[in-house]
Design a protein around this ligand. Structure first.
Ligand SMILES: NC(=O)c1ccc[n+]([C@@H]2O[C@H](COP(=O)([O-])OP(=O)(O)OC[C@H]3O[C@@H](n4cnc5c(N)ncnc54)[C@H](OP(=O)(O)O)[C@@H]3O)[C@@H](O)[C@H]2O)c1
Length: 334
């Protein structure tokens, strides 16, 4: 696989989003299936793995640690703090955003144990907790760098202004935010700020959460807890409208000689050498399809037609519902 620079690390141009193995779109996969996907990624040359304390409320870090520990020197490990499961009086865990320094320190200690490692290479603040100044949360992460617990700091879903404030406290290595053909918000201001500051951009949900792929998602078949059920773009009316984009999109993939998923990833890779997308999958077959994107070359003409077909104006519905939108700090299209 081709490589790209992520702060001090040289990593595969496409990383693996590990969330899907434990969280978000259905029940967690078995340990054996998680192991198959993680090891297939490593064998295929993936050297950048992305997890978080939130995913499976710690179970995803545990899985990644258990499977990849023997290979720890071969890859760059990214995880996230600041949003995790907190046990309630009834014993159930709920997702809580908490960016207080003490919480971040404790989450990091727990993560190191779950990941079975001495140091996390890239540690993101998963969401900015708006009740805590960003300087305080990033200050706590910079203490963790000094203590040798983490190597570099990242942020997720913050605005250009917040990124600049954070960067003034401690250099930010990467910004991870949703970016794909159908989610263009980073183009408003964040990409420009990243480039000015030398921050690598890590697009998450680069396949539009499965929309930009060859299988048409059947909304009725989604798991009851699949988070796409709460996303406006996947609500029946918006989704029906979005589906009309797919035949022309798939025809463009055919013209480019690649699969639809590869086209979505190649479009991101063509945005600049500072982009390292992290598709997520529970399937080895899909993983290998995704990784093939680093060999796809797109002409300027095809890029133009692709961007005209799928963009913020042609997609119907917001990416997040009101609650999820209130938790992010990114610029929105008017
Ligand atoms: N920082 C944040 O707040 C945040 C938020 C969301 C995600 N993330 C990170 O980003 C990663 C990726 O995002 P994501 O999983 O939300 O979205 P995504 O990568 O855009 O899409 C994942 C979906 O696409 C399907 N898929 C993947 N490759 C495919 C292929 N070649 N052909 C057909 N279908 C394919 C997967 O299904 P199968 O399992 O069937 O392959 C899955 O349902 C996550 O794992 C996580 O690490 C971060």
């Amino acid at each position: 696989m081709k490589h790209r620079q992520l702060g001090p690390f040289s990593v595969s141009a496409i990383g693996l989003g590990c969330m899907n193995l434990s969280h978000a779109y259905g029940p967690p996969v078995s340990f054996e299936q998680g192991e198959r996907v993680l090891l297939a990624a490593l064998d295929a040359g993936v050297t950048f793995f992305d997890t978080a304390a939130l995913y499976g409320f710690g179970n995803n870090e545990t899985l990644v640690g258990q499977v990849l520990k023997p290979h720890r020197r071969r890859f760059t490990l990214a995880s996230k703090c600041g949003m995790q499961g907190v046990e309630q009086a009834n014993g159930q865990k709920v997702r809580v955003i908490d960016g207080r320094p003490d919480t971040l320190r404790k989450t990091c200690e727990d993560a190191l144990k779950r990941l079975q490692t001495d140091v996390i290479d890239l540690y993101y603040l998963h969401r900015w907790d708006k009740s805590v100044p960003i300087e305080e949360s990033v200050g706590a992460l910079s203490d963790l760098v000094r203590a040798g617990k983490i190597q570099t700091i990242g942020l997720s879903e913050v605005s250009a202004q917040t990124l600049r404030k954070a960067h003034a406290v401690h250099p930010i290595t990467a910004l991870q935010t949703e970016y794909s053909l159908w989610t263009r918000n980073p183009e408003i201001a964040v990409l420009k700020a990243c480039r000015e500051l030398g921050v690598t951009f890590v697009p998450f949900s680069p396949l539009g959460r499965g929309f930009l792929c060859d299988q048409t998602l059947d909304l009725n078949a989604l798991d009851a807890k699949d988070i796409r059920r709460s996303m406006p773009r996947f609500a029946p009316d918006h989704y029906a409208s979005n589906l009309r984009l797919l035949p022309a999109y798939r025809a463009l993939a055919k013209e480019a000689g690649c699969s639809p998923a590869q086209l979505a990833l190649a479009w991101l890779l063509h945005q600049g050498d500072d982009m390292i997308p992290i598709p997520g999958t529970t399937s080895v077959e899909h993983l290998l399809d995704d990784l093939g994107a680093d060999q796809v070359m797109l002409s300027a003409d095809l890029m133009d037609r692709l961007e005209t077909l799928i963009n913020q104006q042609t997609v119907s519905g917001d990416r997040y519902n009101a609650q999820a939108n209130s938790e992010v700090d990114t610029e929105a299209f008017a």
